[in-house]
Design a protein around this ligand. Structure first.
Ligand SMILES: Nc1ncnc2c1ncn2[C@@H]1O[C@H](COP(=O)(O)OP(=O)(O)O)[C@@H](O)[C@H]1O
Ligand SMILES: [Mg+2]
Length: 477
């Protein structure tokens, strides 16, 4: 181990624990070791190293590898103080994404296409990357760290590095190759290898910056707030009605799905196997969330109905973690961002072809979340929800879920609601996951997924009771 690696390893536990992107906050860390240290800038200050730190946990759970770009200067100003990792051997080491000299160097390296110490800085053909402007770290609550260059480029440094091509880069390249305008086009990447056997790894991705855009999640929350403030009006009567946006978002997601299928192909999956995975997750969740018990039979029946489908499920590469926070509304239309997939899932699972209905269900869940998250904000505390506000929240969610499906159906020619058995199962699967997540980290939010589970299972029961003919067709093509 080099002197730098040893000194960093001593300082990293404290530094990592303070970072928003450190996914294992609160879990006792046994050790942090610098597994990889690649000098990128060696000619003078600031010195720059790409560092991969392996974090081991007391509970013996799998090692997590985090990426840092570590800058070193003999003296640093106040502007870097909040990202100092440690001081040793006459150096101050810091997270270099906050250093304009470093961000300028990074975008220049990608634009010109260089290789340093086995790290490849790769521009996409004909991409127009920002030039002559330093980067500025985005303030967003992120699992990675993004740096914006003027109004041209945004560089995302992946904080968790696993062997293999990152699906965010893989899918953005595939979508660029088919000329997609539904995503922020990839401009370049920083890639290399990890481990003794030199497996591919993705360190960063550069994309077109969508100037003057708003996050779908923030827009949806504003719309719900407008409705709750105008308690006498219906969702279609208030100024901030979101339904036309939800419709267009549905169209956009449908086009992304068709582009992904065109670029990377389609396969078929066995419904029994998809149902089994849902049932396993339900079993684990039920041990952690006692409130799931009263719904468990109904949810299990919904998953069993998937297993009972006789046709195979059409599958393809999908987004895998689609919700309103993964969408941007530009002045021209919607963009879908962040194709990394469910961050805590292993890579092999994230790249596995899946039903497009999983993404649709993710968006439908997000509309519920937006509506009821706002309701919680209006009514903190254990009070019974105000019946009128609650009715409005339900109305907003139902209206936008339908508008999204209408838009999806119009663009794809296939209405997701026609595949009710699959769609509801994916919604329930997601809500079960959310119930675990909220119970662990934000117990006051746990009622949101639990109420959705109650709503969906009640709807299924009502339809069975009245013998409404549900089309059990297998999936969206
Ligand atoms: N191409 C883009 N143009 C403008 N802003 C973007 C772009 N991509 C991401 N952002 C902003 O950065 C945030 C985080 O991006 P995302 O790719 O979802 O990162 P993470 O993997 O950390 O979740 C987004 O919510 C959005 O505000
Ligand atoms: Mg994201």
């Amino acid at each position: 181990m080099t002197g730098l690696a040893a000194a960093l390893a001593a300082h990293l536990p404290g530094f990592l624990a303070r970072q928003r992107w450190f996914a294992a906050k609160g879990r006792p860390v046994r050790s942090v070791a610098v597994a990889t240290e690649i000098p990128l800038c060696t000619g003078g200050e600031p010195y720059l190293d790409l560092v991969l730190a392996d974090v081991e946990f007391d509970d013996g759970s799998p090692v997590q590898t985090y990426q840092l770009l570590v800058g070193r200067r003999s003296e640093t100003g106040d502007e870097l103080e909040h990202v100092v990792i440690g001081r040793f051997d006459g150096w101050t080491a810091y997270d270099a994404l906050w250093d304009p000299a470093v961000t300028t160097w990074l975008i220049d390296a990608v634009r010109t296409g260089v290789e340093v110490g086995g790290v490849q800085f790769v521009p996409e053909p004909d991409a127009e990357l920002a030039e002559g402007v330093p980067g500025r770290v985005v303030g967003a609550e992120q699992s990675n760290t993004s740096v914006v260059y003027g109004d041209r480029s945004i560089l995302k440094l992946f904080r968790r590095v696993v062997p293999g091509l990152n699906p965010d880069l893989e899918l953005h390249r595939a979508l660029r190759a088919v000329g997609s305008t539904q995503v922020a086009s990839v401009q370049g990447a920083i890639e290399g290898t990890v481990g003794a056997d030199g497996q591919t790894a993705t360190f960063a991705m550069v994309q077109n910056f969508a100037a003057n855009s708003a996050e779908g999640w923030a827009m949806a929350l504003t719309s719900v707030r407008d409705l709750l403030a105008e308690a006498d009006l219906h969702a279609d009567e208030v100024g901030g009605d979101f339904a036309s946006e939800a419709y267009r978002l549905g169209e956009t997601v449908a086009v992304v799905h068709s582009e992904l299928a065109g670029a990377l192909g389609t396969v078929e999956r066995d419904p029994g196997e998809i149902a089994d995975a849902m049932l396993v997750r339900l079993g684990v969740a039920a041990t952690e969330v006692p409130a799931l018990a009263e719904h468990a039979d109904a949810v299990r029946a919904a998953f069993d109905a998937v297993a009972g489908l006789d046709a195979p499920i059409p599958a393809q590469r999908v987004h895998g973690d689609l919700h309103l926070g993964q969408t941007l509304r530009t002045p021209y239309g919607w963009l879908v961002i962040d194709f990394e997939g469910e961050p805590s899932a292993p890579l092999a699972e994230r790249v596995r072809p899946d039903s497009t209905l999983r993404d649709v269900a993710g968006m439908l869940r997000s509309f519920d979340y937006a509506a009821f998250h706002q309701l919680l904000a209006w009514q903190p505390g254990p009070n019974e929800p105000d019946a009128q506000l609650s009715w409005h929240a339900h109305q907003w969610a139902a209206r936008n879920r339908d508008a999204f499906c209408d838009g999806y159906a119009a663009a794809s020619g296939d209405d997701p609601r026609a595949h009710a058995v699959m769609l509801r199962a994916f919604e329930l699967d997601k809500a079960v996951y959310e119930a675990v997540y909220e119970t662990r980290s934000r117990p006051t939010w746990a009622p949101i997924p639990l109420a959705s589970i109650a709503r969906i299972t009640t709807e299924i029961a009502r339809e069975i009771d009245t013998e409404i003919d549900i089309d059990t067709d297998a999936g969206v093509s």
